[in-house]
Design a protein around this ligand. Sequence first.
Ligand code: ATP
Ligand code: FE
Ligand code: MG
Length: 343
Amino acid sequence: PLVLGIETSCDETGVALVRGHDLLVDAVASSVDEHARFGGIIPEIASRAHLEAMVPTIERALATADVSLGEVDAIAVTAGPGLVGPLTVGASAAKALAIALDKPLYGVNHVIGHAVVDELVDGPFPERVMALVVSGGHSSLLLLDDTVDVTELGSTLDDAAGEAFDKVGRLLGLPYPGGPHIDRLAREGDPHAIRFPRGLTAPKDQARHAADFSFSGLKTAVARWVEARQDAGEEIPLPDVAASFAEAVADVLTAKTIAACRAHGVETLVVGGGFSANSQLRDMAAKRCAEAGIELRIPPIRYCTDNGAMIAALGSAVVRRGLPPSSLDLPVDSSMPLTQVLV
Ligand code: ATP
Ligand code: FE
Ligand code: MG
């Protein structure tokens, strides 16, 4: 079946067409530039941008794939988690299409989509997959059985990895979003110059929070370190700070993820979400997975940031398994549980 996927949970309007595991087209319009001067996403601006971009992006996707709306068999849309206003714009468009075309509607989970999009790139998932989803809003370890049966092993107790990078970026005076800037600076620095704390890795935390993350203490440690140098009138070695901070984040993410793979006997790891663009994480995950004999799957960066392909991919997986469609009311759920694939 041909599935049209629509993503609007944050600041990217994504529309894609997927048949089975084949991606026909992935069109995206972003309002990120409109938020940059505010140093964060403004939901009202994002909603309006989705409203303006929705119909042109759908038309562009159909034209690029040379597909007519009549050929679409099912509509998938992000039901949550995300910003209510932006989610509502996508859900409204999806409902209108489902009603007009008389086709089933599937409201799917954005975070699970960040993992499942990898099926379009690296082929169908094996029976059990460990998924590390790291983005601006999430850092979670999920165990996927038959792709769509999800167990949440752990999540961040405070900041997400991307959020921590953006906050440290701000305190280092870098433009928003800081993540990619820290990544670039870190490549010129010494990752072992400063020993920053590794959250929730002490033995007493491991017992209760083996698969949970915490990055706010790390962010505070970076702030303290920088303040102390500033107070002493010293120059801040930005590349070394960035590299040591990025090393701490990548170390904790990879160590806990590989330990979870071992604990659950899982041999395949997929890493997704906007933060999986991070080169320190990619490098460390590749090295440590190779050592541990774990197959590592990370989609190319354009499928790691928010996009329509991830929603069409998850829609396609759900349709293949014959799960029941969502109701046409399609309630959006800004805090949709990560174990819930469909509304
Ligand atoms: P969610 O998917 O949880 O709703 P989101 O939409 O904000 O959150 P994405 O758009 O998937 O998340 O990812 C954006 C985040 O990834 C930002 O925090 C950004 O700074 C971070 N990021 C992107 N590229 C890099 C990089 N190379 N290094 C570090 N962080 C990065
Ligand atoms: Fe996302
Ligand atoms: Mg985003």
